[in-house]
Design a protein around this ligand. Structure first.
Ligand code: PSV
Ligand code: MN
Ligand code: MN
Length: 424
């Protein structure tokens, strides 16, 4: 591997004494109210899956300006996730998209994953593109299509994705449906929902006993008048009707501007129906930009609800994943930044004085409640994250180490400058 333990140690050596001072400072502020070892353990345990489609240049229907050294195969994609994980020890999982990432030899792929210390997170189906050998087109929909034969093709594809996932040890399927309409009158909403529900039932029945299916929602795009699963309510309704193994998935970019996502999180967790998360950030729409780059306070408020939900509801363990795609930045640097932003928001939520917040809320102390949240948010917790990484054997500063060891240049040397990765 391009990076080894010695490299990480070398990268940390020069920064260690500064880090120690910063961490000791923070420790003296935090340790009277918090069990820092317990928080550090939570940060070390927190693993964010990397989507296979985020490792190359994409995220646009216009020009792709590849930065070189992009992964060309599933093996190379896994290798890149292995690099990220080596640097931060918080990215020990990959999420595959079929048919972009078909594991031709599952045994070898499993072995490679174990060598790289990776697990397989949710597998994703793709009924938003026509595949070359496909009998039917998804132009007018997939699981909601008016024609039963097209629906069956989409159902069979989802079953096949589950089977690929089974071979690899994945435990969940994520369904994001591009079905919808761009013109008023084009679809019968009720019938489209009913057909989708029936199709999902067949997929649900194919799930192994210990599997889950995550249902994503999105208000628009690719269609601009209606989407069959447009919002969390529709996703929740489907999950509720399908059964215990079906849960909603929140993708941060899949909301209309100003939607209160933290409230959606709280409600779904109250119902034990939040299954997973797709992290990204956005200014205009489903931009899939670097997590925390635009609305970090919102991300913190979301984590505040997630932490509260993890403490006070019976919601199942969540599947955490990044969903991003980049056209301008080095994808690996971007993913390192995204994972770091997620961990920072999580840490901020972990240092919220929950007892005091509850008291402030119960006594209608609005200013007090706001102060409690802002105190946590405005604390510089970066040394805490660095300490968690140090203890886990990761780099104190993953991006600095990535650059110090010229990882991108080495990947370009190995793979070439003009490489194109499959993805969005
Ligand atoms: C399309 O909006 C999308 O970004 C969804 O969020 C899916 O999760 C992802 O593509 C991969 O299919
Ligand atoms: Mn998504
Ligand atoms: Mn999306």
């Amino acid at each position: 591997m391009i990076l080894n333990d010695q490299n990480i140690e070398d990268a940390n050596k020069s920064a260690l004494s500064d880090h120690q001072k910063q961490y000791d400072n923070l420790k003296s502020t935090l340790s009277d109210k918090h069990d820092l070892d317990a928080i550090i353990q939570k940060l070390k345990d927190f693993q964010v899956a990397i989507p296979s489609w985020a490792l190359g240049t994409g995220g646009t229907r216009f020009g792709r300006y590849g930065g070189g050294g992009e992964p060309r195969t599933l093996e190379e994609k896994m290798y890149d996730v292995g690099l990220i994980h080596k640097l931060n020890q918080n990215s020990g999982a990959i999420s595959l998209h079929i048919p972009w990432d078909i594991p031709e030899n599952p045994e070898a792929i499993r072995q490679l994953a174990s060598n790289l210390n990776l697990k397989f997170d949710a597998v994703n189906s793709n009924t938003f593109q026509d595949q070359e050998d496909a009998k039917y087109s998804y132009k007018y929909g997939s699981l909601s299509h008016v024609d039963a034969a097209v629906r069956q093709q989409a159902i069979d594809h989802n079953k096949e994705v589950i089977d690929y996932g089974k071979d690899l040890g994945s435990k969940s399927l994520t369904v994001w449906l591009a079905d919808g309409s761009s013109h008023p009158g084009q679809n019968n909403f009720r019938k489209a929902f009913e057909r989708t529900y029936e199709s999902l039932q067949e997929i649900y029945n194919h799930l192994p006993a210990d599997w889950k299916v995550f249902i994503e929602y999105k208000p628009y795009e690719p269609y601009f008048y209606s989407m069959v699963i447009q919002d969390w309510g529709t996703s929740h309704l489907l999950a509720q009707k399908l059964g215990d193994k079906a849960l909603s998935l929140v993708d941060l970019g899949h909301h209309l501007p100003n939607t209160n996502i933290e409230q959606i999180v709280a409600t779904l967790m109250m119902q034990n129906k939040l299954g997973g998360f797709h992290f990204n950030d956005s200014k205009f729409g489903d931009d899939d930009l670097t997590v925390g780059s635009l609305k970090p306070y919102q991300l913190f408020l979301i984590f505040n609800e997630l932490v509260d939900g993890m403490l006070n509801t019976s919601n199942p363990d969540l599947s955490w994943m990044i969903d991003a795609s980049h056209n301008m930045k080095d994808p690996l640097e971007d993913l390192l930044q995204s994972v770091d932003a997620i961990l920072l928001a999580y840490a901020q939520a972990l240092v919220v004085d929950r007892k005091a917040l509850d008291q402030a809320q119960e006594s209608n102390d609005i200013t007090g409640a706001q102060e409690i949240l802002q105190n946590a948010y405005r604390m510089d917790l970066r040394p805490l994250l660095a300490e968690a990484r140090r203890q886990a054997g990761a780099a104190l500063n993953p991006i600095k180490a990535y650059r110090q060891f010229k990882v991108r240049d080495q990947l370009i040397d190995e793979r070439g400058l003009k490489t194109i990765s499959t993805g969005l």
